[in-house]
Design a protein around this ligand. Structure first.
Ligand SMILES: Nc1nc2c(c(=O)[nH]1)N[C@H]1C(S)=C(S)[C@@H](COP(=O)(O)OP(=O)(O)OC[C@H]3O[C@@H](n4cnc5c(=O)[nH]c(N)nc54)[C@H](O)[C@@H]3O)O[C@H]1N2
Ligand SMILES: Nc1nc2c(c(=O)[nH]1)N[C@H]1C(S)=C(S)[C@@H](COP(=O)(O)OP(=O)(O)OC[C@H]3O[C@@H](n4cnc5c(=O)[nH]c(N)nc54)[C@H](O)[C@@H]3O)O[C@H]1N2
Ligand code: SF4
Ligand SMILES: [Mo]
Length: 728
């Protein structure tokens, strides 16, 4: 490949031919739902991909991929790939399928969809999708225009960060926050509910560099994770009580006069009321809630306020409990209190995705929705399919793509019960015979990233990445874009939106005239592979040094006018809807504490039977449940385990290696125990992602997780789960 030194963009040639005949190097992008969105190069020889490597010139990828994707070629060429449409032959869930043609598959879907719509109304059809791929074309919104035209039930998709986004929007607006690359300038880095070393690996070098320059790194997590071990200070905290710690930090900062009065005066609203509110949240009170000693809370607050610029990196895990939204509200207020936004490397880092002028409207086409369409949250799919939500009409057809709900949704037992319904017509588009695909009536073959074109935003850095198709699709696999083109044609939908080619869609993917896109075109992206948004370089990146936040007041809203005017809402990205915030239940406009629902403190009755808090963080070697079927990944990840503190284990006569049953009133699953002092007493940890079909109990922790929403944005409450453990 021809290479030149690159700073702001990739080197020339999206595809370059080597001197060695028949070898090409193709620029691509990792498709995974991961903040790092790595730029990669695929080496293709005689039509076959033979190597995959991280782009060395990309300032964030820096030449490395990760343990999940290093062997992506094994995924592409796995003998287990689904390569042809298949129809169920045995009973539901039996896994017996026969190959059929695309013609037969499309005919059957069109016939069934038409029949169900005629008999029950189109709302009896429901899509179910998420982020199997993150590409703007093939990802979150790829089916939205089709299902809007069909008049299907709207599937709300709030698995990930929706509560945090609502809270963040209420406080500082949908702004990019801190440029991750500017973390090298931070003096105090507070990593909160984020396991960077596993889930955001490419951020670590920037944190390490800051540390070399004298920054202190603190991790708040119930578990001494890889990341916590690498930090200067690990603060163990009871799951779901982070809001109390954040509010007590606020209390100390205000009471001890550690605020930046000038920043507060000029660039915030509601300070007086916030200060009044914060009085009640003393460190002593928070110590009772969180298990963090009051003196440590004071020490943390003082260090955070005085070492400027300070930055907070929140993980998605921060929102997964009853008060997740208010926790993020509080954390998003802190940087303004101490004036952290004044300098590069100061502020809060959530999802820089808001910096990308993605033309979401062209992708999801909210204008095609009939007003008043029924909305069902996918998080409650089990209930939706088994009568728990009293839906009229009931769901009679389910179409799953880009998702593996059997593993990623809570309430697994009911979901399986629903998927077993003989009167439910289930279509699954997949690369593999997942736990969900096993229950399908029809399985459709989907391409991998190497077999499709796409264009990627990122939720972890400020570069757009272009993914060139590197190889011809295997078997009869097709990209999701093509799937919905074919389905629309078969349904007789003639709107121009269904005739868009992938190139047409790429042309519509961004608002190319936005200031952030200056110097970026489809052609330049195709050629260079990736380009940084037109924003200041990381060492000058401080767009909120003088306020100008994208909130109604253009200031940080300690007292949120959106909360006051609208109440709770779901950010449109997570639901195929209009761009207006749909009014929801009222919300107190000042940050406050919402305790977990399932904790020994708030629910002693439940805790008497199920005394342990279960958290289910991300697996190191899988991307959610993706690749949890591949031998290499399974070797690296190891057998599914539950980590338990030796004191809790001793009470139950549990030793490392024992099979244990973890249960509550919703379900149970069996895994091997591993005694580990890295876990707080009262907490047990089991990484999610492993497949149900690989488990001894034919169940995963999803059978234990509640379907209750958090306080904001209909976020999940995976970290708000009480359980008991016994030897199996
Ligand atoms: N290796 C790997 N990387 C991934 C993914 C993956 O599956 N595997 N998934 C990607 C996706 S979709 C996402 S959303 C991100 C998620 O990225 P993260 O949010 O970093 O992921 P988690 O591992 O779920 O949670 C991070 C940490 O939060 C802790 N935690 C859990 N509950 C609480 C709590 O109540 N309070 C506090 N303070 N800490 C808590 C956990 O112990 C864990 O160490 O990762 C992305 N990257
Ligand atoms: N207990 C617990 N549950 C959780 C979480 C947790 O931490 N704990 N995390 C939540 C979070 S943050 C998230 S983001 C969700 C993740 O939920 P999902 O996005 O559903 O995650 P995956 O398990 O990766 O499933 C994606 C599926 O899409 C398939 N796929 C990949 N590319 C394509 C494609 O191009 N076309 C088609 N048709 N299919 C494709 C993959 O093979 C895979 O089976 O899970 C949520 N669930
Ligand atoms: S999963 Fe994340 S870290 Fe791994 S290659 Fe993909 S974008 Fe990079
Ligand atoms: Mo996620």
């Amino acid at each position: 490949m021809s290479t030149t030194a690159a700073t702001e963009s990739g080197t020339a040639a999206g595809m370059a031919t080597d001197t060695a005949a028949g070898t090409t190097h193709v620029r691509g992008a990792c498709p995974h739902d991961c903040p790092d969105t790595c730029a990669m190069t695929v080496t293709v020889q005689d039509g076959k991909a033979v190597n995959l490597a991280g782009d060395r010139e990309h300032p964030y990828t820096r030449g490395g991929l990760c343990v999940k994707v290093d062997n992506y070629l094994d995924r592409v060429y796995s003998p287990e790939r689904i390569l042809y449409p298949m129809r169920r032959t045995g009973p539901k869930g039996s896994g017996s399928f026969e190959r059929i043609t695309w013609e037969q598959a499309l005919d059957e879907i069109a016939t069934r969809f038409r029949g169900i719509a005629a008999e029950f109304g189109p709302e009896a059809i429901m899509p179910c999708s998420y982020l199997g791929t993150q590409g703007i074309l093939n990802g979150l919104n790829v089916g939205d225009p089709f299902f809007a035209k069909l008049g299907a039930t709207i599937a709300e998709r709030t698995y990930c960060d929706s509560g945090a986004c609502t809270a963040y929007t209420m406080t500082i607006g949908d702004c990019a926050g801190v440029d991750p690359e500017s973390l090298v300038h931070s003096k105090f880095i507070l990593v909160w509910a984020c396991n960077v070393m596993s889930t955001n690996l490419h951020l670590w070098p920037f944190i390490a560099e800051a540390r070399k320059r004298g920054a202190t790194v603190v991790v708040v997590d119930p578990v001494k994770t890889r990341t916590a071990r690498a930090a200067d200070w690990h603060i163990p905290i009871r799951p779901g009580t982070d809001g109390a710690l954040a509010l007590a930090m606020m209390n100390v900062i205000i009471e001890e006069g550690l605020t930046d009065a000038d920043y507060i005066d000029n660039y915030t609203v509601g300070y007086e009321e916030l200060a009044e509110r914060a009085k009640q949240y003393t460190p002593e009170w928070a110590a009772e809630e969180t298990g963090v000693p009051a003196e440590d809370i004071r020490k943390l607050a003082r260090a955070y306020a005085t070492a400027q610029p300070s930055v907070i990196r929140i993980g998605v895990a921060i929102e997964r409990h009853a008060g997740g939204g208010q926790t993020v509200r509080t954390l998003a207020c802190l940087p303004a209190l101490v004036g952290a936004w004044r300098n590069p490397g100061g502020g809060i880092l959530q999802l820089p995705l808001w910096a990308f002028p993605v033309n979401w409207g062209a992708m999801m086409r909210p204008d095609m929705l009939e007003p008043g369409k029924r909305i069902v949250n996918q998080y409650q799919l089990g209930q939706a399919l088994t009568g728990g939500l009293e839906l009229d009409p009931p769901i009679k057809a389910l179409m799953v793509y880009n998702s593996n709900p059997v593993v990623v949704c809570p309430d697994q037992e009911r979901l399986i019960e629903g998927l077993m319904r003989d009167d439910l017509f289930t279509v699954v588009s997949e690369q593999f015979m997942t736990d969900t695909a096993q229950f399908a009536d029809l399985v459709l073959p989907a391409t991998t990233q190497l077999e499709q074109d796409d264009i990627m935003f990122s939720w972890g850095h400020l570069y757009i990445t272009y993914n060139h198709r590197a190889i011809t699709p295997l078997g009869e696999a097709i990209p999701n874009t093509e799937l919905f083109r074919r389905l629309a044609a078969r349904m007789g939908f003639t709107d121009p939106v269904f005739r868009r080619t992938d190139d047409d869609m790429i042309a519509e993917a961004f608002d190319w005239s936005a200031p952030a896109m200056a110097g970026i075109t489809v052609e330049s992206l195709k050629e260079k592979g990736w380009q940084r948004l037109n924003v200041p370089p990381a060492d000058q990146y401080a767009p909120y040094a003088q306020g100008d936040f994208p909130t109604p007041s253009r200031k940080v809203e300690f007292k949120s006018s959106i909360a006051e005017a609208v109440g709770n809402f779901v950010v449109p990205l997570f639901r195929q809807g209009s761009n207006d915030h749909q009014p929801g239940t009222p919300v107190d406009p000042l940050p406050h504490y919402v305790p977990p629902r399932e904790s020994p403190h708030t629910n002693p009755e439940l805790a008497a039977r199920h005394p342990l808090s279960l958290i289910t963080p991300k697996p190191h070697a899988y991307l959610n449940s993706s690749s949890a079927n591949l031998p290499m990944h399974r070797r690296v990840q190891g057998d599914p385990t539950v980590l338990i503190h030796p004191d809790d284990a001793a009470e139950r006569s549990i030793a490392t290696g024992d099979d244990v049953r973890i249960f509550n009133d919703r379900g149970s699953f069996v895994v091997k125990a591993k005694l580990d002092k890295a876990v707080l007493t009262g907490v047990v940890v089991s990484a999610y992602g492993s497949w149900r079909s690989h488990s001894k109990s034919l169940s995963t922790m999803a059978s234990l997780n509640p379907t209750a929403f958090a306080d904001l944005g209909n976020a999940p409450t995976f970290s708000d789960t009480l359980v008991q453990i016994e030897r199996a």
